[in-house]
Design a protein around this ligand. Sequence first.
Ligand code: ATR
Length: 270
Amino acid sequence: MIDRYCVFGHPVAHSKSPLIHAAFAEQTGESIEYTAIEAPLDDFTGAWRRFTAEGGRGANVTVPFKEEAFRLSDTLSERARRAGAVNTLVLGGNGLTYGDTTDGIGLVRDLERHGVTLAGARILVLGAGGAVRGVLEPLLAAGPGSLFVANRTAEKAARLAADFSDLGEIAGGGFDAVAGPFDLVINGTSASLAGDLPPLPDDLFAPGATAHDMMYGAVPTVFLRWAAERGARTVDGLGMLVEQAAESFFQWRGRRPETAPVLEALRQAL
Ligand code: ATR
């Protein structure tokens, strides 16, 4: 029986993961099947159990199931435990489910690929929801000089920062508490979806700074356009998407695919 993988979501039809993993499989010569499955909102655990009973070896998990995937995992990576969410499930030989989250390491790898030095950097992260919680452990592990989490709801940012304060120099507050300049500003809010921009000071960026948006699309987000006008180098979330997928693929197959050609093909298809 061919090893089966999938992405679980609801909705899931828009997911680019099947395309990405098909490209990884072709490139590495790994013989796998990878599909998209819309799991029922009230029974993600059942969907995972059925999938593994039918030859499923692993899965990616997207909105809104990342927390339930965390809860059903028998063992967890440290970064998933910190995130409180799982985007990668692996069925072990012992029948136990291992949960990992690869979003944060995907972000770090994509930034490194763009030549961004994280060690010692002054980093600002916008947003304090699930997307941001999911990337903080790998970001702090890269050894930034400081990391400030700014959020519309200031208390949420302060609490989030407190949860990670044992891992490095991290603090949190409202947008009014943002004091630049920063070497790297990462937008992890969903504000771009509404075409909104968090209220930010004009002198946010240090010379040579990079602005990263976890979102991506056919055109740059409002945040990236705003950052480019202020002289920052801009990076959208498409590279992070491909890098997180590559790390999932590695967890399943023990092979590390080359991401650059897959990212290039995906960019063309946008
Ligand atoms: P996700 O899983 O994408 O992180 P989430 O947990 O709902 O989703 O978090 C959304 C984030 O985007 C939050 O930080 C939210 O700010 P609040 O905590 O104050 O709600 C932020 N956000 C959403 N819309 C925004 C907007 N228009 N302006 C600024 N921040 C916004």
